[in-house]
Design a protein around this ligand. Structure first.
Ligand code: NAD
Length: 454
């Protein structure tokens, strides 16, 4: 294979930065096929991490097995803790990173970056993403895209204007298990027939919802906290619970799953009604228990979609359950959960072609139902236990965020298209932020179709 020169390497970087080629998402350059004289792969990307907290760490871990990712900078306002810790980890992994407290300083100083991963609190996403896009970087930005519609809209507009890629961190969109459910089980096999109802939840127990406390000798001074929009260390550590900073559990957790509702239904909702309150965690601004019902109008008819997130009981954890006339799909990012159920009146022969193709695997009767000699007597009013099927697709050993990051980097390289571009992230933000509004209003709120357009 022809080796490129260092000039080629520079040209390749210019190519990656070139607006039209990259925003098309499909362009291919001769420069990304070769190898530089220095031994670097021309597919290598220079990346910065902006926001090195819990999720920043998770994303770094998920990048470890992705070839060609070179971290050059890490930026975080928590200099004495997250910045220092993350920088050390990256250095120990062989990345030559420079540390920054302020993102503007980083953007002014680091001229060789291709992309940035943003994992700061929600209220910083819009200013951070827009500044990075304007500086010529491709952006992977965590959900919730923004804590405000205006902020999210500005991100879509800036991505369009700059021609840079903006991937929003709804990582289930790149998860092979979810893709299998959408592409094979729903679109191709149509195993559930008409979906009429959805039920989903993310329930957490009290122990996992306690406020995060201080870290010894690591407090940020008040002036710095205020400069970056936080009133106190307590608020800084627990920003998701505060108005103006995050959106509470419905936005933090619900957005992942409600995003799947709309994806699988290929529709945005037409209304939402919700109940919520500050029921248990009295010191916070946002609702700690939320129940919402969306109504969707799809090509096949009305779908009513329930979603619940609570913070005092962890029963049944988190999952999404799609219920159709002929079957049910239960799926979760938690890898132990993924099952299809055939309504017992549906002829087994109708599902057999799909088991033969390996789309689903029948679970043997004795594995799922109590055997006769257990003495369990089923209530005659209950339907027979529906026949169950496994979804035989795994993460292949990857961490949950890895495929979404791979999709982002491959899109920069011109080898893929973003699975969650800004426009999709925007639709989900509109859908989810309305729940808090509906709780406050105490009534059903309608969505106008134009609300979903940025
Ligand atoms: N996709 C997922 O599964 C997932 C999971 C968890 C969190 N998230 C998202 O990731 C983001 C971060 O969440 P987290 O749990 O890591 O929060 P966190 O509080 O643990 O981390 C946030 C980090 O950002 C830093 N920071 C705050 N303001 C900053 C600024 N102006 N400039 C630079 N650094 C700043 C903080 O010092 C902290 O280190 C949120 O948007 C959250 O919704 C996504």
């Amino acid at each position: 294979m022809k080796h490129t020169t260092s000039q080629d390497s520079i040209n390749r970087r210019s190519f990656l930065k070139s607006t039209a080629a990259v925003s098309a998402g499909l362009a291919f350059s001769p420069y990304i096929l070769g190898q530089t004289e220095s031994g670097e792969s021309p597919d290598d990307l220079n990346v910065a991490l902006l926001g090195a907290g819990a999720q920043g760490q998770a994303l770094l871990n998920a990048c470890k097995d992705i070839p060609g990712i070179r971290f050059k900078a890490v930026c975080d306002i928590w200099k004495t803790y997250n910045l220092r810790r993350t920088s050390r980890i990256l250095q120990s992994q062989g990345h030559d990173v420079k540390d920054y407290v302020d993102y503007q300083e980083m953007l002014a100083d680091q001229k060789d970056l291709d992309a940035v991963i943003i994992a700061t609190p929600d209220f910083w996403h819009s200013p951070h993403a827009c500044a990075c896009l304007e500086a010529g970087l491709h952006v992977y930005c965590e959900k919730e895209m923004s804590n405000t519609i205006e902020g999210a809209k500005k991100m879509v507009e800036t991505a369009k204007k700059t021609g840079k890629l903006l991937q929003i961190g709804h990582q289930r969109r790149s998860n092979p298990r979810y893709q299998h459910c959408y592409n094979k089980l729903i679109k191709e096999a149509n195993l559930m027939s008409q979906i009429t109802t959805i039920n989903g939840q993310w329930n957490r127990g009290k122990n996992s919802c306690e406020d995060l406390g201080a870290i010894r000798d690591a407090d940020i001074d008040t002036a710095t906290l205020e400069k970056y929009g936080f009133k106190s260390m307590q608020q800084f550590r627990n920003w998701r619970w505060y108005k103006g900073l995050g959106g509470g559990p419905i936005v933090d957790l619900g957005s992942h799953q409600i995003d799947i509702y709309s994806w699988f239904l290929e529709a945005n909702p037409k209304s939402v009604i919700a109940s919520g309150g500050i029921d248990y965690w009295k010191a916070h601004d946002w609702y700690d228990h939320v129940m919402a019902i969306y109504e969707y109008e799809t090509k096949l008819g009305t779908v009513r979609a329930f979603y619940q997130t609570i913070t005092t009981n962890s029963a049944q954890g988190y999952f999404e359950q799609f219920m159709g006339v002929e079957g049910t799909l239960v799926i979760s990012e938690s890898s132990g959960r993924g099952t299809m159920y055939r309504e017992s009146w549906v002829d087994i022969a109708k599902w057999e072609p799909w088991t033969k193709l390996g789309y689903i695997t029948a679970i043997e009767e004795e594995e799922k139902a109590p055997s006769e000699d257990t003495g369990v007597i089923l209530d005659v009013r209950e339907s027979p236990t529906p026949p169950a099927y496994d979804i035989p697709v795994s993460m292949e050993g990857k961490l949950v965020h890895q495929p979404h990051l791979e999709n982002f980097f491959d899109s920069i390289r011109g080898k893929a298209k973003l699975n969650c571009p800004a426009e999709i992230g925007f639709e989900t933000a509109v859908t989810v932020l309305k729940v808090n509004e509906a709780i406050e209003a105490g009534r059903k709120l309608d969505f106008k179709p134009e609300e979903f357009k940025a």
